[in-house]
Design a binder for this molecule. Structure first.
Ligand code: NDP
Length: 277
C-alpha cells in the first residue's frame, strides 16, 4: 500500500475506507463488516470513523471487522465539537476506544470547529497523545483561517492532517487550503471522493471510464490519488465496490485523461469558502 508521511513521521496509507452511515442498521451490519474485512484482506488498512457515525454504531462495526488484527489497521476517529473541551474530549476518546475494543487510535480529529476554544481541544489531544491513547491528532473541515489559528496555538504545530470535502466537483481547496497545507507538509484527507455517488452519472467521467475499461468511481478516486499529499477515503458496504476502489491504486491517468477531467471539472479561478457535507 502506498503511504504518505505525516508531520510526526508516522506513515498513513494513501487509500482508506470511510464508514459514515455504517452501524445504523442491524440488517446492513453483516455487509458492512464483510466489506471492511475484505478491504483489510486487500491491504486497505486505513479505516475512517467518528463518534457521530451511527452515534457510536460505526465504531462497533469496525471493532468486529478488525477483531483479530488491530495491529495491522490504521484507525482514525473524530470527536464531536460539543465534546471537544479539555475534559470532555478525553472522555469521548475513551468511549471511542471502548467501542472500537482497542487501547489506541492512530489518528484522532476534531470533526469540525465548534464553540469550544481550540486551545482546550489541543490540550486534550496532547494529554491523550502523552498517555499513548492516540498516536497523532488533527482537524477536519478547517479552512485556511482556522488552520492558521490552530497551528499558532500551543500543540497546534503537531496537527497531522485536515480532513476536508475534496473531489472533482469540489475543487475549491486547490486555490489556497491545499497549497497552504502542502507547504507545511500537512496531508489532506479527501472525504466524499465520489460525492456520495452523485459524481458517477457525469458524462465525461463515464466516457473516460469506458475508454479505460474501468468505472466512473475508479476515475474519480484515481484522480484524487494522483494529487500530491492527498489521502482518499471512499466508503463502501459492497465487496465489489471495495475491490474496485482498491484497484484505483494501480490505475494510471494519462495527461489526456487529466486534461479532459480539467475541462469538465475546472480548477478554481478564485477563492471559494470551504464546503462541507
Ligand atoms: P463517498 O463519496 O465515499 O460515497 C459513498 C457512496 O458511494 C456510497 O453510497 C457507496 O455505496 C458508493 N460507492 C463507493 N464506492 C463505489 C464504487 N466503486 N462504485 C459505485 N459506488 C460506490 O461519500 P462519504 O460521504 O461516505 O465519504 C467517505 C468517507 O469520508 C465517509 O464515509 C466518512 O468516513 C468520511 N467523511 C468525513 C466527513 C467529515 O466531516 N470529516 C464528512 C463526510 C464523510 P456502497 O456502500 O453501496 O458501495
Amino acid at each position: 500500500m502506498r503511504t504518505i508521511r505525516l508531520p510526526s513521521g508516522q506513515s498513513i496509507p494513501a487509500l482508506g475506507m470511510g464508514t459514515w452511515r455504517m452501524g445504523e442498521s442491524a440488517t446492513q451490519r453483516p455487509n458492512e463488516i464483510a466489506a471492511l474485512q475484505h478491504g483489510l484482506n486487500l491491504g486497505i488498512t486505513l479505516i475512517d470513523t467518528a463518534e457521530m457515525y451511527g452515534e457510536g454504531g460505526a465504531e462497533t462495526v469496525i471493532a468486529e471487522a478488525i477483531a483479530d488484527r488491530r495491529s495491522s489497521a490504521f484507525l482514525v476517529s473524530k470527536v464531536y465539537p460539543h465534546n471537544a473541551s479539555r475534559q470532555d474530549a478525553i472522555a469521548a476518546c475513551e468511549r471511542s476506544l471502548r467501542r472500537l475494543k482497542t487501547n489506541y487510535l492512530d489518528l484522532y480529529l476534531l470533526h469540525w470547529r465548534g464553540s469550544v476554544p481550540l486551545s482546550e481541544t489541543l490540550e486534550a489531544f496532547q494529554t491523550l497523545k502523552q498517555a499513548g491513547k492516540i498516536r497523532d491528532y488533527g482537524v477536519s473541515n478547517f479552512d485556511v483561517a482556522d488552520m492558521k489559528q490552530a497551528i499558532a496555538s500551543p500543540g497546534g504545530e503537531a496537527i497531522a492532517t485536515n480532513q476536508v470535502l475534496y473531489n472533482l466537483m469540489r475543487r475549491g481547496v486547490e486555490w489556497d487550503l491545499l497549497p497552504w497545507c502542502r507547504q507545511r507538509s500537512i496531508p489532506i484527507m479527501a472525504y466524499s471522493p465520489v460525492e456520495q455517488g452523485r459524481l458517477l452519472q457525469h458524462r465525461t467521467l463515464q466516457t473516460i471510464a469506458q475508454q479505460k475499461n474501468v468505472t466512473p468511481a475508479q476515475i474519480a478516486i484515481a484522480w484524487l490519488l494522483h494529487q500530491e499529499n492527498v489521502i482518499v477515503i471512499p466508503k463502501s458496504s459492497s465487496i465489489a465496490h471495495v475491490e474496485e476502489n482498491r484497484a484505483t491504486l494501480d490505475l494510471k491517468l494519462t495527461p489526456e485523461d487529466l486534461q479532459a477531467l480539467d475541462a469538465a471539472f475546472p480548477a478554481p479561478t478564485k477563492r471559494v469558502s470551504l464546503e462541507m457535507l
